[in-house]
Design a protein around this ligand. Structure first.
Ligand code: ADP
Length: 390
């Protein structure tokens, strides 16, 4: 099918190739010769009536098929042919007599005027026809585009539905897996404690070490299940959230982290924080993970953490800056993936879910989270945005 551009090109090319061909020059000559021959053939029947009749017909035909200028040439040639072959035969003696001049002038004027009108009419008709063709191909192209758009929209809708379903299934799976695994885990942990309590003396040093390992692993798995539950519970927020006082949320988080902060002799400073539309528990989750990481991944100096906020293009942008170990910039995206860690469990406890949880929470509110800046051994600054929604 033609695109509008192709149709446009065709339109233009038809316009230009219609006229100005070799035929434009041959047609007047041929038409004049034929008109003369016809005139001679008809003479015994029609006599002297309408001396330029056949030339007039030839002029009109040339005007229709070849345009105004070839037909003007036909008029000129016809005058020449008429003056030598027709006028003398029909009894006009002098070429320059009144009758002959009047006949020639009448034929010339009438021939040119009619040629002009016919040519004009013909061109207008051709233009209208081409415009119609162009319109039809544009309409067809539009219909095709509309059809394509509809098909893409439908595809997108189906993909969206599948994604939502897969997400829901994943959430349900993560929730039930972490929920159902807690029970056997508690039994393992409890059994290890009972064995240790009741049979401690009968156990060898190796057996005690293995028991210790069972307890530590059970504890770690418990934390992992906790985090998985938290992650799967962060679900889409529909409609507006209530107003939360970020300063109050931060105070609560610092209270929760008190023993970790005191143990590390951490200094936490915060600028005045605003009221914003978010569930307090969600904001607490983000603050808690970022501040606890800032303290956990500390360097040699006592950790110093600064929490600030700015307004940017309709968003509140919070920043949490520390003076800790820092992160190699090449991992600035990867650290937000589930279970992605840059440090081993032996040195820094954790399961690589903290930042993934933060990202999930922030994105539920239409915000985003990123590593703004980091330098190894000097510290990192994490930022997250939450839309203000007046
Ligand atoms: P976790 O702390 O349980 O390992 P996170 O998702 O919170 O999981 O962090 C992912 C990784 O990003 C961490 O293992 C750590 O290597 C790195 N990281 C996060 N926060 C900081 C920080 N403030 N300073 C240095 N490294 C960090």
């Amino acid at each position: 099918m033609d695109s509008p551009q192709t149709a446009g090109k065709q339109f233009r090319s038809l316009e230009t190739t219609d006229r100005g061909e070799l035929l434009d020059y041959i047609a007047p000559v041929a038409a004049t010769i034929i008109a003369t021959l016809v005139r001679l053939a008809l003479e015994p029947i029609v006599g002297s009536a309408v001396p330029f009749g056949t030339y007039f017909a030839a002029t009109i035909i040339v005007a229709w098929y070849r345009g105004f200028w070839p037909s003007a040439v036909t008029v000129a040639l016809s005058i020449f042919a008429g003056a030598y072959y027709v006028l003398p035969r029909v009894g006009v003696d002098s070429l320059f007599g009144r009758t002959a001049s009047a006949t020639i002038a009448g034929f010339t004027l009438l021939g040119l005027a009619v040629s002009f009108l016919i040519d004009f009419q013909h061109r207008t008709m051709i233009r209208a026809r081409k415009a119609e063709t162009l319109q039809a191909s544009i309409a067809m192209e539009n219909a095709r585009l509309l059809e394509n758009t509809k098909r893409s929209e439908e595809g997108l809708r189906i993909a969206n539905e599948e994604l939502t379903r897969a997400n829901r299934d994943l959430e349900t799976f993560a929730y039930s897996a972490s929920h159902d695994l807690r029970e056997p885990l508690r039994t393992i942990s409890l059994s290890a404690q009972i064995i240790e309590r009741d049979s401690r003396k009968a156990l060898t040093a190796d057996a005690l070490r293995f028991l210790d390992q069972i307890k530590t692993s059970a504890l770690r798995m418990d934390t992992l299940l906790d985090d998985l539950l938290t992650y799967s519970r962060v679900t889409k927020i529909d409609g507006g959230a209530p107003k939360a006082d970020a300063s109050r949320v931060l105070t609560g988080v610092l209270e929760n982290l008190r023993s970790q902060l005191e143990g590390a002799e951490a200094q936490i400073e915060a600028d005045p924080l605003p009221m914003l539309e978010i569930h307090e528990s969600s904001l607490a989750l983000v603050f808690q993970n970022l501040i606890s990481n800032a303290v956990k991944y500390r360097g040699k100096e006592a950790p110093r953490v600064h929490i600030a906020v700015q307004q940017q293009n309709g968003d509140f942008v919070f920043s949490v800056a520390d003076n800790g170990l820092g992160i190699d910039e090449q991992f600035s995206e990867q650290i937000f993936n589930l279970f992605s860690r840059l440090h081993t469990k032996d040195h820094y406890p954790g399961n690589g879910m903290g930042l993934a949880i933060c990202r999930r929470v922030v994105e539920q509110y239409g915000g985003r989270i990123w590593l703004e800046h980091s330098e190894l051994k000097r510290g990192s600054t994490f930022c997250f945005s939450i839309p203000r929604k007046a």
